[in-house]
Design a binder for this molecule. Sequence first.
Ligand code: SF4
Length: 405
Amino acid sequence: MKIPELLAPAGNMEKAKTAIIYGADAIYLAGKQFGMRAGAGNFSLEEISEILEFAHQHNAKVYVTVNVFPHQNEIHELPKYLQLLNEVKPDGLIIADLGIFRMAKKHAPDIPLHISTQANSVNSEAINFWHDLGASRVVLAREVSYKELLAIRDEVNAELEVFVHGAMCMAYSGRCLISHVLTGRDANRGACTQCCRWKYSIVEEKRPGEYMPVFEDERGTYLFNSKDLCLIEYIPELINAGVDSLKIEGRMKSAYYVATVVRAYRKALDDYLKNPDDYQFDKSLLDEVAKVSHRPYYTGFFFEKQAGTFIESSQNVQTHDFVGVVREYDKSTNLAYVEVRNRIAVGDEVEIMQPHAENKTMKVTQMINVKDDAELQEAHANYDVKIPMGEVKPWSMLRIKIESE
Ligand code: SF4
């Protein structure tokens, strides 16, 4: 039985380390150039070296995206960049453009090449074409169904990577110009503003200024506002299909998001590994992935060719607010050193999510400012505080349930 790797997004150094600590087998990230997700932070070559060392110490891999479609004026900068990457030696390069692929074979010959989902691979011929050219792995388009996946697996030898969780595009595999046209920020260069999720009206040509709403209900219409993908319930199907890598979307998402989603999928995979013949999906993992900001989940194109839109609002939903991360725990004093990310106050009921361990709950009884040892009644983002609690692991994350109105 082949257990797929769990592949997580890493928009910056903190998210990269968080993903690995919480159980990712591999992470993907962008360099400062040519890597999409322009606003995600991104890594210098020195930072790629640093995270590679950290990842390898934890038996994890690092893939670097070079998946833009470069225009002619940029193409001459690529050989140098690829040569530098070849020296740093990430575990894979993720590429969409044929020109970059050709240059990578020449200038980064020591790095395995993966074909990005942006290349829209939806059939075995396309995958075999890339494999024959030298690609070791193909990331399937999100539009491939489970039935198609089974048929493709029988016809190809390349490794297959499948998106299992995260935001979906209403356009075919992200080939979309809405953001570029409306805001000047190009989705195919990593700068998408997700304006497909905004609220739209119709204007008749001869009546400028008269915006006619297209009602789905009284709240309005968000025809293009896709739900978020979640396949955590279908780990046996994904393993049965011989998938090599399960990919979580979201280099723009927070470290808390990455930790929560990685931890949930890690648990589902490990549960399956422990007992493949009698595996029961742990339904509490659906509650876990609901604790991060998301749109309502659905299974995307996995079971049928049907897009799912969330017509009620462009707002995300979540059941919990992330309030802080534990950097250290002092056993002698029972104090956790917490970097605060959102308001937390004495008296709050807090859930503690730990890497590779059960959640705990506790009431905050005391908070001490690390800066001056002053007692605090509440703390806000960028405070460092000490909070008494039972033993917890470093990297644990604190969250508070959002009271429904
Ligand atoms: S605007 Fe929407 S459909 Fe277009 S690339 Fe961005 S997320 Fe995808």
